[in-house]
Design a protein around this ligand. Structure first.
Ligand code: SF4
Length: 382
C-alpha cells in the first residue's frame, strides 16, 4: 500500500487549494493508495506553497525545510508558486516539482511494482512541521471549483506570482463547458467558482474572452447555480463588465476585484493603470442590476512612497465592499517595485497596521493578513 500526505503551506490561496483538492481526489480514486493524516507515515508528501508576499514565502520555505530535516530521504513534491519562483531552493533541498501527471504515474508504477514503504527515519511529528494545524486543505462541498487559466496578461510591478507563473495559459471554453456539463449533478443548486490569477486575462491566448465564457456557461448549463469569480483584474473588469448581460450579473454571487490601492498615483507605480473612481462607478452600475452581489477587494498598504492620506483613503471602501483584505507591502526579489524609492519604514508600517486593527474593530468588512509587522503591531496594542 502506498501512502501519501497532502497539505498546503497557505490554505488561503484558493488556486492552491483547488489544485491539491483535485489531486487528492485523483489519488484517492486509485486502488492501493491511501491518504495519511500526518507526513510521518506517508511515502510521498505533496505541499502547496505560496509567494504572494514575504510572509507566505517564508512560511512555505520553513515548512519545506522542516519536512526535509525530519524526512531526509522522502520524496517531497512542491506545488504552487515557490517551485518556479526559486528553482535553486527546490534543487538544493532535493525537492521535486509538483507535476500532477508525474505524481500519478509514480503512484501507479509504485503500486504495480509493490515497492516497500520508505523506512521512516523519524516518527516524531507535531504541528510545528506544518506550523499550524489549520494548514490543511479547505474543502467547501457546495462550491464546484474550476481553474480556468494560469498566469495573466498584466505586469504589476510588485508581483512575484507573475514571475512564478508567467503569461496567460487558458483552458479552451469548449473544455470548460464539457467539464461543467459532466458535473451538472454537483453544480445544480450550488456554486460554480471560476478561479484564475486574473479571470479578465482568460482566453486572450486562444482568441476567446471571459465575457464569452460567461455567456457560453449561461447558454449551455441549464440547471440552477450561482457564480463566484475569483480575481478579476480591475482594468479588465472595466473593459469587460458592459459585455455581460444583466441576466448573468443576476447569477453572480461574489466577485473578488483586487483594487490594491485607492490612490491613482500609487496604482501607476504598481503598473496597474486604472482609475479608482472608474472602477467604483462600474461597481455602482452592477449593484443596480444585482443589489445582493458580494464584493471583495485587496489593498496593499505601505507601498513605496505611499502617504498616510493615500493609505487612509482605503478605509472609505467599507461603503462599497463586503470585505477589504489589507496586506502589508514587502519587497519581492526580482520585482521592479523593489527598486522604487521612498520605502516606508518598519515603524510607519506598524503604525498603519495598528490603524487598520482599530478600523477592524469598527467595521466587520475589514480584515488584515498576518505578517511579521502584524504580529509586532498586536504586541504594541497589548
Ligand atoms: S494581475 Fe498583477 S498581481 Fe495579479 S498575478 Fe497578474 S501581475 Fe500579479
Amino acid at each position: 500500500m502506498l501512502k501519501f500526505y497532502i497539505s498546503s503551506a497557505n490554505p488561503h490561496c484558493e488556486i492552491n487549494s483547488y489544485l491539491l483538492t483535485y489531486l487528492e481526489r485523483e489519488l484517492k480514486g486509485i486502488k492501493g493508495i491511501l491518504e495519511t493524516d500526518t507526513p510521518d507515515s506517508a511515502d510521498i508528501i505533496i505541499i502547496g506553497t505560496c509567494v504572494v508576499d514575504a510572509t507566505n514565502e517564508n512560511i512555505s520555505r520553513e515548512t519545506l525545510i522542516n519536512l526535509r530535516k525530519r524526512y531526509p530521504n522522502k520524496r517531497v513534491y512542491v506545488a504552487g508558486c515557490l517551485s518556479n519562483f526559486d528553482p535553486h531552493f527546490i534543487k538544493a533541498n532535493k525537492f521535486d516539482v509538483f507535476d500532477k501527471n508525474k505524481i500519478l504515474a509514480e503512484c501507479y508504477r509504485k503500486n504495480v511494482e509493490r515497492i516497500p514503504m520508505v523506512s521512516l527515519l523519524n516518527r516524531y511529528c507535531d504541528e510545528e512541521i506544518l506550523r499550524n494545524e489549520n494548514y490543511f486543505l479547505s474543502r467547501r462541498e457546495n462550491i464546484f471549483y474550476i481553474n480556468i487559466s494560469e498566469g495573466c496578461t498584466n505586469a504589476c510591478s510588485y508581483c512575484a506570482i507573475k514571475i512564478a507563473k508567467g503569461d496567460i495559459r487558458s483552458i479552451p471554453i469548449e473544455s470548460i463547458i464539457e467539464q461543467l456539463e459532466e458535473n451538472k449533478n454537483l453544480i445544480a443548486g450550488n456554486f460554480i467558482c471560476l478561479l484564475a490569477d486574473d479571470c479578465g486575462s482568460f482566453g486572450i491566448d486562444n482568441n476567446e474572452s471571459f465575457p464569452e465564457l460567461l455567456i457560453k456557461i449561461k447558454k449551455k448549463i441549464s440547471c440552477e447555480y450561482k457564480l463566484i469569480i475569483h480575481y478579476w483584474f480591475p482594468l479588465h473588469f472595466l473593459n469587460q463588465f458592459k459585455m455581460i448581460p444583466a441576466e448573468i450579473w443576476k447569477r453572480i454571487h461574489y466577485i473578488n476585484i483586487p483594487l490594491q490601492s485607492c490612490s491613482d498615483r500609487i496604482l501607476k507605480l504598481m503598473n496597474r493603470n486604472y482609475s479608482v473612481s472608474d472602477v467604483l462607478d462600474a461597481i455602482n452600475s452592477i449593484k443596480k442590476i444585482n443589489p445582493g452581489i458580494k464584493l471583495v477587494t485587496h489593498i496593499i498598504y505601505g507601498f513605496p512612497s505611499e502617504t498616510i492620506d493615500e493609505f487612509k483613503e482605503s478605509f472609505h471602501l467599507v461603503s462599497v465592499f463586503d470585505r477589504i483584505i489589507f496586506s502589508c507591502y514587502s519587497d519581492r526579489k526580482g520585482t521592479r517595485a523593489s527598486h522604487i524609492k521612498g520605502k516606508i519604514s518598519e515603524n510607519e508600517k506598524m503604525r498603519r497596521t495598528v490603524l487598520i486593527l482599530k478600523e477592524q474593530e469598527k467595521y466587520k468588512q475589514i480584515r488584515i493578513t498576518e505578517s511579521d509587522i502584524f504580529k509586532k503591531s498586536l504586541t504594541r496594542i497589548k
